[in-house]
Every structure is written in C-alpha cells, then in structure tokens.
Design a binder for this molecule. Structure first.
Ligand code: GLA
Length: 362
C-alpha cells in the first residue's frame, strides 16, 4: 500500500495475468509506469476504439491508469432522460479490468458536453431548480453506481470556477439554476453512489494564482462543511510558449498545503501558443508545427515538470496524459481544425520522443 492507501504497480497489479501480456512486449525502452512506480500512477485518456489499436499495445507497456476521453461525459452517456449509452464506457471498464489497469472516471458534472434536455422541462421551458437537482442526482447515481468499485477516482465536478478574476463561479446552467450548491450535492451523491472512489474537483489554468486561490477557497469550504472531497485535479493542458517553472512550483506548493490528494489529470504540452477560441487555419499554421527548437523547448519543459512532480510526489498520486501519442490528440482539432500538434511523449510512429527520455532521466 502507498501513502494514499492504494496499491500502485508492482504489488497487486503485477500479479494479474494480463501483465504477462504487457511483459512480452519485446521493445527494450524503459516503461514509464515502472520508472515512476514508487512515485505515482501513469495514466492516459483513451477511447473505446484506440485501445484496440497499436496505441493500445503501447498503453499496456507504459501506463497503469486510464481515463475515458469522452464516452463517460454527460451527453454521450446520457443522451436522453431515460436512455443511457453504456457500451463505450463498459468496454473501457472491461479493458481496464482485463489488463489490471486503474480506471479514473471523467466526469460526472460538467456544463460542456452536457445534453440540452437536462436543462429543459418537457414543454421547453427552463427546468426548475428542484427538477434539475433530481436529474443530477439520478445521473450521478446511475453512472457512478454502474461502475461502483471499478473506478478508483472520479472527476466529480469539472471546470466550475471562472477564469474571470471578477467572478468566482463560471456562469453555467448548473450554477444559474441551482447556485453553487450543485457542487456540494454532486460530491455528496457521488460518495453515496460509490463510497470507495476518491472524489476530485478538476480544473485548468491552475498556474494562475487568482484562479488557484478561488479553487483553494472552494475546496477548503467544502471540507469544512464535511463534504466528501478527496482531491484536486490539475488538467495541465499547457503550451511550450507559456508554462513557467516558478508558476508550476507555486501551484503545486499551494495545492499541496490543502492536504488533498493531487492528480495531474489531462497532461499535454502543445507546441503552439494557447488560444481561447476556435479559429480557422491560416498560412502561419500551414508549416509542420514541430521544429528542432520546439522539440528542445518541449523536452526541457517536460523535464522540469516531472522533476517537480517527483518533488511533490508525496501529494501527487497519478499523472495522466490526455491521449497516448502524437498519432492523434484532441489538439489536432483544437483550437485550429486540422492543424497538427505534437503534445505528448510518443511521436506519430509511437516512438519515444526526446521529451520521453528527458522525463525518465536519460
Ligand atoms: C477539458 C475536459 C476534457 C477534454 C478537454 C479537451 O479539459 O475536461 O474532458 O474535453 O477539455 O479535449
């Protein structure tokens, strides 16, 4: 057992039969999950499709935790009030069990990728507060209940805190209709539905001290009220043009003082500058995004990041990448449709990049 009371790779998981399959992989490259076995779990987000491809084989070698990239979000899994689509999430859960990989749940409550019906009465008017609370409760009990005991950690609420320094909560239908109580209720219901799962508040841009302070205030208040919240998720969608060592240090240091478990939940390091809105491709985007300079910058920043993750590994329990390799990442479609990005540790041929070697200290 670890400091977090969960079993990392090397003990229980190593005994599972599927590890034999991973171990027969002939590639002599060190495995990320073995290199970091004493520090934290190494995760990746997956889809029901990509786990069946070569990326799935790479996953078995290097990763011991997975997150569903999309199929457990509210809209895909609960497209109509009385209809759930379980097939995708079930197949990922079965893959995790079969291969002795930990499974993170993502996400129970998020205003994006949530279905329109959730906020409407049958006559098309805005749903009442009471009705929305009932729907939220039903949703959480159905989804967290179905995967009870299979999920080690749930992102219960995603992105509720505003980027705007002048407001605390983002104006979303959940917030506008229920008020901030939707957050507390979501945690309480998730805990009732699956008492063994660790429950996380997950967000991005936490290196911004103003946003971070709001998150710390919120989780501290929740804890004071006795709400079952166990961790903070740092998405970590960063860019080589923006991530700074001192900002990351301050972020990990401040969050570590909350006493909550930290998960890096959606790690990638774009080779393009971050942009808040989607836009069409222009000439500047036409050239391939990867250059020797960007490769070098990415390597140094990944090295810096993992040095800090190691330093704070008494607090960090899992580091999850958002996607497996540069063969496909959501950043190929965001913020510019069709512009290739190279944000991960494995390239399009699934070969470890210079960033990979830096991360493992070679
Ligand atoms: C947010 C969400 C993720 C994913 C990414 C982009 O970070 O939490 O589920 O949608 O955006 O793909």
């Amino acid at each position: 057992m670890t400091k977090f009371g969960i079993i990392l790779y090397g003990t229980a998981i190593a005994c599972m039969p599927s590890q034999a399959k991973a171990a027969t992989h002939t590639d002599s490259t060190p495995s990320l999950k073995h290199v970091f076995a004493k520090h934290f779990l190494i995760g990746a987000s997956v889809s029901p499709k990509n786990i069946k491809t070569e990326e799935g084989t790479l996953l078995l070698k290097h990763f011991n935790s997975i997150t569903s990239e999309n199929v457990m979000k509210m809209e895909p899994i609960h497209p109509e009030e009385h209809r759930y689509e379980w097939a995708g999430a079930d197949s990922i859960a079965a893959f995790a069990t079969r291969n002795g990989i930990r499974f993170r749940g993502h996400t129970l409550v998020w205003h994006k990728q949530s279905p329109k019906w959730m906020f409407l009465e049958p006559d098309g008017s805005t749903v009442t507060r009471e009705h929305l609370l009932q729907r939220l409760k039903d949703h959480i009990f159905s989804v967290a209940g179905r995967y009870k005991g299979q999920i080690y950690a749930w992102d219960v609420v995603n992105e509720a805190i505003s980027d705007n320094p002048n407001e605390i909560y983002t104006k979303t239908p959940f917030y506008d209709i229920i008020g901030e109580a939707f957050i507390e209720m979501a945690f309480r219901w998730a805990h009732e539905a699956d008492p063994s799962a660790l429950l996380f508040y997950n967000d991005y841009k936490e290196t911004d001290p103003v946003k971070r302070e709001k998150i710390i205030q919120m989780v501290t208040d929740l804890k004071k009220k006795g709400v079952p919240i166990h961790g903070i998720g740092l998405q970590g969608h960063w860019s080589i043009h923006e991530l700074k060592s001192d900002a990351l240090e301050a972020c990990l240091n401040d969050f570590s003082k909350t006493g909550l478990i930290l998960h890096i939940t959606e790690l990638d390091l774009s080779v393009w500058p971050g942009e808040p809105e989607r836009r069409v491709k222009n000439e500047r985007d036409a050239a391939d995004g990867m250059t020797p300079e960007k490769d070098r910058a990415q390597r140094e920043l990944y090295g810096m990041m993992f040095e800090k993750f190691r330093k704070y590994s008494n607090h960090i329990q899992a580091v999850t990448f958002w996607n497996i390799s540069d063969r496909h990442s959501w950043l190929d479609e965001w913020p510019v449709w069709g512009r290739k990005d190279h944000p991960l540790l494995f390239d399009e041929a699934l070969t470890p990049k210079s960033s990979f070697w830096k991360v493992i200290g070679q």
